[in-house]
Design a protein around this ligand. Structure first.
Ligand SMILES: NC(=O)c1ccc[n+]([C@@H]2O[C@H](COP(=O)([O-])OP(=O)(O)OC[C@H]3O[C@@H](n4cnc5c(N)ncnc54)[C@H](OP(=O)(O)O)[C@@H]3O)[C@@H](O)[C@H]2O)c1
Length: 334
């Protein structure tokens, strides 16, 4: 697979999101998840994205298990800053320097690695000046515990202040055919500051794959079901499914899948964007990786661009009004 430069960090042009392997998207199957990570590395997908809160540490442990004997093939990207209790209860955001150091030690231990390749602040802490957080992250680079630092869901002003404090390799924020809010200045700021971009939820949290045809396709153990995720609920679900049908029409004419079209569209947006589609299954991983070979025509791109206006989003809040999902997955309580 080709690579892309994220500031000084060279990544495969598609990464792998590991979150759903441990929480939020239904049942866990650790063995299949580990096979998926191994297959990703075999196919040249280097960037593995996790976070300390996914499964309250379990996702980092899973990634660590998968990397035994394969550490050198991967770019390990994790995150800190959203604080949860052992039982999954969300406690808020902490970007204090003391917390940054403690969180990093805990992630290194769970991942079983000596160094984290990309350490990202999951959410900017409104109570801690970003200079203090990023300053503490930079000290981790100086100590050899982290190679590159990144932010997630940061606004242009945060990016400017952070980049004035230390080199910022990446910003990770939602970006897809459904969610184009980052086109309102955020991508331009990244361009100006030389910051790479990780596009999370590039498949619209799964809807853009065409696999989910009704709300009841999300089980009770899935945060997208039960009316918990406004974007995939009621009229919004129906509206967004119509858009998926347009993506499927483009896909069909190319003998591709809707997911491949959605990823191929993202890859055309800027040369320093790396989408990180999430899956816990080898078969989906293999399909998604093939998106890197799909060259969309100008007509197809225009058709896709027209689904949601530049800078716009499909109807429905991304987080039900909050900034993170605060629902606790049943697997954590099991
Ligand atoms: N920074 C943040 O705040 C933040 C927030 C959310 C996510 N993320 C990161 O971004 C990554 C990706 O986002 P996401 O997982 O939320 O959403 P996503 O990548 O848009 O969609 C994931 C969903 O799509 C399904 N899927 C993937 N490929 C498929 C295919 N080819 N055919 C059918 N279904 C397919 C997955 O199914 P299976 O699970 O059944 O394989 C899963 O249900 C996460 O894993 C996480 O690392 C970051």
């Amino acid at each position: 697979m080709k690579t892309r430069m994220l500031d000084g960090l060279e990544s495969s042009e598609l990464g792998l999101g590991c979150m759903g392997m441990s929480e939020f998207y239904g049942e866990r199957d650790d063995e299949e998840s580990i096979r998926t990570i191994h297959r990703a590395l075999e196919l040249g997908v280097t960037l593995l994205d996790t976070a300390d809160i996914y499964g309250v540490g379990r996702n980092e442990e899973l990634v660590g298990r998968a990397l035994q004997g394969r550490r050198e093939q991967a770019i390990v990207a994790t995150k800190f800053g959203n604080v949860r209790d052992e039982d999954g209860t969300f406690r808020g955001i902490d970007g204090s320097p003391e917390y940054v150091r403690r969180a990093c030690e805990a992630s290194l231990r769970r991942l079983g690695v000596d160094v984290i390749d990309l350490y990202q602040q999951h959410r900017v802490d409104p109570e801690t000046p970003i200079e203090e957080t990023v300053g503490a992250m930079y000290e981790l680079i100086e100590e050899g515990k982290v190679r590159f630092i990144g932010l997630s869901e940061a606004q242009p002003e945060d990016l400017r202040r952070a980049a004035a404090t230390a080199p910022i390799a990446t910003l990770q924020t939602e970006y897809s055919l459904f969610e184009r809010g980052v086109e309102n200045g955020i991508l331009d700021t990244c361009d100006e500051l030389g910051i790479g971009f990780l596009a999370y939820a590039p498949l619209g949290r799964g809807l853009l794959t065409g696999r989910f045809r009704s709300e009841s396709d999300f089980g009770d153990d899935d945060f997208r079901g039960g009316g918990r995720y406004p974007r995939l609920t009621g009229e919004n679900f129906e509206h967004n499914l119509r858009l998926v049908e347009e993506v499927e029409a483009v896909a069909e004419s190319r003998g591709a899948t809707a997911a491949q079209v959605a990823l191929a569209w993202l890859l055309t947006r800027r040369p320093w964007i790396v989408p990180i589609p999430g899956t816990k299954r080898v078969k989906y991983l293999e399909q998604n990786v093939a998106a890197a070979e799909l060259q969309l025509t100008a007509d197809e791109l225009a058709r896709l661009d027209a689904l949601v206006p530049a800078g716009g989003s499909v109807p429905g809040e991304r987080y039900g009004g909050g900034r993170v999902p605060t629902w606790v997955s049943p697997p954590l309580t099991a």
